[in-house]
Design a protein around this ligand. Sequence first.
Ligand code: ARG
Length: 466
Amino acid sequence: MAKQTQATWGGRFEAGPAALMLRFSESASLDRRLAPYDVACSKAHSEMLAHVGLLTRKECKAIHDGLDAILADIASGRFHWEERLEDVHMNIEHALTSKVPAAAKLHTARSRNDQVATDMRLFLRDACAALSAKIKAAQAAVLSVASDNRNVLIPGYTHLQRAQPVFAAHHLLAWMEMLQRDRDRLAEVAQKANECPLGSGAVAGTTLPIDREFAAKLLGFVDSRGNPRVTQNSMDAVADRDPFIEFASACALFGVHGSRIAEDLILWSSAEFRFIALPDAFCTGSSLMPQKKNPDSCELIRGKSARLQGNLHALLTLVKGLPLAYNRDLQEDKPPLFDSFDQSSLCAEVLGATIAGMTFNAGPCADAVSDPALLATDLADYLVSRGVPFREAHHAVGAAVALAERRKCRITELATADMVRINRGFGADWASVFDLGRAVEMRKGTGMPGTAQLARQLARWAKALA
Ligand code: ARG
């Protein structure tokens, strides 16, 4: 009876697994999405077996044709997944063997341990590229809003208190930098995962004369010169989950960036700020309060960042304390990894769509940035340019701000005589500093929010995303 219940490893068993154990142990419901990678892995492996003479050309061809047919069945939903066959690997191998006798040789010099490690790295390579493309699309939305609103000024905030004027586009381009680092990080994760574990076997390789480099090359595990890249230690190769942890970490950090951007959008769209309006299509109403328009897409992005951090933590905890090499615990790497990919992809899409539909409210932005106190630092710089040490200049402007506060007027309404009494460095032109045009004209240096810099940065990003 056991022999029927478990075709691949049933040989040494008297009894098959309990129904409860099958339900507990199966992963095909989840890892079936690895099917295209599992088939690619098996095709490369069988090709390699033929190359070294462990399969005939004919057998190899039959295996390839059978695998292609199975993948087509899976894609069309015709494939019959069996719980008792545990995972994607055994489901596919079993279906293949029932049609292609030569498939009984496919698992030669291979274990599910190096197979799953290889499949997952193939998945990861695509996941990094796909997620990066989605983040790039979100960047394109940010860039388009930034260039359409390049004249809008808002206060830049520190401690969530109005600090100094900046172009709203400069703030948006800060998001661009965050998102770009996420994309660069994903490229690094993919590059580090670019080593083929296939041929590591269960733990100790094989006694058969396989050619690991040959299979690695077929699967695209190659360096920039096209030379194969293979893992260097069979035990590490089947135990290592670093690439997936690094991917989850990149997703968690992207989630944090999304959350911070979402928080900016939530604040800006509130009645307290009114800097922007969010698109109706990405907001929801209240079931009770008819007037409400809630920024739910942003709140969900903020909320999902917690989930992405949780996935990273789950993976770290999964491997902590695991003895080398493979342990079945490692099957549990899939739910957090897949979830990080799926949810990050969704967040990137929703973030881009929400930003694409946002509009700036010119009036409230202009009001918020109109307080001359936002240029107090420029006034201190004015004194510095007239030879006053910065600490003294800072103190003098502080005294002027306090005087205006006592007189319940704006700093620009103080008399020049008052200013000179505070510090002899003030000249008759001191009030010329309080001009937003001047303020953004003078912030010329790289990375600063000046007009010329903004134009340069917008052009740089347009080129980078083209
Ligand atoms: N489904 C397993 C996993 O995802 C595949 C490897 C199984 N290996 C084993 N020795 N049982 O980890």
